[in-house]
Design a protein around this ligand. Structure first.
Ligand SMILES: [Mn+2]
Length: 232
């Protein structure tokens, strides 16, 4: 399978249901969806903390999933440490369109989008603890196509963070045999590439900091380029 040129929109940390910025969080989601449409991206990746807490109203949850279902491209949602709604045993998955995927298997899941020549792997945050390494169990690269990892955690820049939950080490980033690593958890766009795979935090589309998303271009000739886009 030849790799097709793809544009992927990478976002994270929307925090729907936040006490501090409930309206802004919804607006952030809406702006991301508008950007995904106007950029005609091939896929939308949400690298954790789509929801802020488990007690988000049913109405908000329904609104979020119906909005995501209306997108023309596939959506991959990776639960982050705030997404206790999505990782709860009692979570009743709303009837999702085929194109919306929530990664819920605690062991991680590989999703394959044949038409896009794309595989996406991620492991959800069930326990936000130092022994859970979000990309520590990244499987080998599939035989063909693009390979993107999605993770929610903190890149350890120093051993002083060693007691932090969901760590991502420089070594794990360096040895990752994939094309792109879409990260969430810190709300600021940041290049954390350590090896062959480009690794970025997208920043958040809502909240107090400058609002950003990442536009990732996968091109068989040019390779992988990542752009920081301001959310209007
Ligand atoms: Mn988080």
């Amino acid at each position: 399978m030849d790799r097709k040129p793809l544009n992927i929109l990478h976002t994270s940390d929307i925090h729907i249901g936040s006490d501090t910025y409930p309206r802004e969080a919804l607006e952030g989601l809406e702006k991301v969806l508008t950007m995904a449409d106007s950029l005609t991206v091939d896929a939308l990746l949400i690298a954790g903390d789509l929801f802020d807490r488990a007690t988000v109203s049913k109405k908000s949850v329904q609104y979020v999933f119906s909005s995501l279902s209306n997108l023309k491209c596939p959506v991959v949602i990776l639960p982050g440490n705030h997404d206790t709604l999505l990782t709860s045993d009692s979570f009743e998955q709303p009837p999702l369109q085929n194109s919306v995927h929530i990664i819920r298997d605690p062991a991680g899941e590989m999703l394959t989008f044949k038409e896009l020549t794309l595989s996406v792997w991620g492991c959800p945050v069930y326990q936000h603890i130092p022994s859970f390494h979000p990309i520590g169990q990244l499987p080998e690269r599939p035989d063909n196509g693009w390979y993107v990892a999605i993770g929610h955690g903190i890149v350890l820049d120093s051993s002083s963070f060693e007691d932090r939950g969901s760590p991502i080490t420089h070594e794990e980033l360096a040895k990752a045999n994939c094309d792109y690593i879409a990260l969430g958890h810190t709300h600021v766009f940041r290049d954390v590439t350590k090896g062959k795979a480009a690794a970025f935090y997208s920043g958040a589309p809502s909240g107090g900091q400058e609002k950003t998303v990442a536009l990732v271009t996968l091109d068989p000739a040019q390779g992988v380029t990542t752009q920081r886009l301001l959310v209007p």
